[in-house]
Design a binder for this molecule. Structure first.
Ligand code: HMG
Ligand code: MG
Length: 297
């Protein structure tokens, strides 16, 4: 297999992890956790989302969180936004990077952001344009790349169509989401084989949820294809409330354990990360899926 010298891990726990939690973590708790994550060596942290708080009550305090965290130089702090209103919040919160999102499958897009795919394009086009002109970098997510909770199989042409639109709007990186954690390594390589003929490899990231325990194997399959950016969530927290049955993202600790021990540079200190994982586990009040977190307890 082909192993790269360096891999970039984008921590999404404070957003993807917390958005699905029933326990409302206090604003102070969120800020404290993000500040701990900032000391681990992670260079990218998605701190919150500026979405309708009626849809995602767990992140209703996004502005306070964005304003309250300590900014460590060299770390990019991202917020997820669905529309112009969300962008205004993200700009007021002075994040460095804005992430827009939509789905490859029509039904998930509709359930998640209350719009058809075609009606989403003009909304995101405006957000991307304004964010770029406000000096922010912009990342795009395409969800349900490997399967949809409502439609099952998702045709690769739908993934290509949405991805092309997002790149054409000006996004600088595209994160391919296995929203419900159904992908397997063979499928990952088949999908990448097709997408890599159209999109530059350095602009692609992968975002695996770990519902069926295949996320780490999927990362290895993508590494072998030359992908070097992955999203992960400390503790393995997470899930999309509009993707029934889906569990959390692959645990950051488990990815860092594997990569660091393979001699692949991540820049992340596992001990410090486990400290941040223990902190959030205590706050959430139940055992989290991260294998390394359980192994150290
Ligand atoms: P809508 O109800 O269609 O919005 O929601 P609307 O434009 O009709 O407005 C209705 C109300 O929402 C208005 O308030 C707006 O002001 C308000 P009212 O006048 O009724 O009091 N509103 C907002 N409030 C705060 N922030 C905003 C905002 N926009 C409108 N930005 C909307 C449309 C997109 C807002 C809604 O559907 C929503 O918030 N969806 C978010 C769903 C979500 O966050 N899902 C999880 C993240 S995606 C994910 O997890 C997948 C990912 O991880 C990748 C993967 O795993 O594949 C990224
Ligand atoms: Mg996700």
């Amino acid at each position: 297999m082909n192993w790269p010298a360096h891999v970039t891990i984008k921590e999404v726990g404070p957003r993807d992890g917390l958005q699905n939690e029933q326990t409302f973590l206090s604003t102070e708790g969120k800020i404290n956790w993000i500040n701990q994550l900032s000391q681990t060596g992670l260079k990218h942290i998605e701190i919150t989302s500026f979405v309708n708080p009626k849809w995602i009550p767990a992140l209703a305090d996004s502005l306070e969180v964005a304003k309250g965290i300590e900014r460590v130089p060299g770390i990019t702090y991202t917020a997820l936004v669905p529309n112009r209103r969300g962008l205004e919040g993200a700009l007021e919160g002075n994040v460095d990077d804005v992430a827009v999102f939509m789905s490859a499958s029509e039904t998930h897009n509709q359930k998640n952001i209350n719009k058809s795919i075609d009606d989403t394009f003009p909304v995101l086009r405006e957000v991307v344009k304004e964010a770029l002109s406000g000096g922010k970098s912009v990342r795009g997510y395409v969800s349900t790349v490997f399967g949809c909770p409502y439609e099952g199989h998702v045709a690769i042409d739908q993934v290509i169509r949405v991805s092309e639109h997002l790149f054409e709007m000006g996004i600088q990186e595209l994160s391919l989401g296995d929203t419900i954690g159904v992908a397997n390594p063979k499928q990952v390589q088949e999908v990448l084989n097709i997408l890599l003929k159209r999109f530059p490899i350095e602009k692609l990231a992968l975002h695996f949820h770990d519902t069926h325990g295949t996320a780490v194997a999927n990362i290895l399959a993508a590494l072998d294809m030359g992908i070097t950016t992955f999203d992960a969530s400390t503790g393995g927290l997470g899930g999309c409330p509009y993707a029934p049955g889906a569990s959390g993202n692959v645990a950051t600790e488990d990815v860092i354990y594997m990569l660091n021990n393979m001699g692949i540079d991540t820049g992340v200190n596992l001990e410090k990360l486990l400290g941040a994982g223990s902190f959030i586990q205590k706050k959430i009040g139940r055992s989290l899926p991260s294998r390394n977190l359980q192994a150290c307890n």
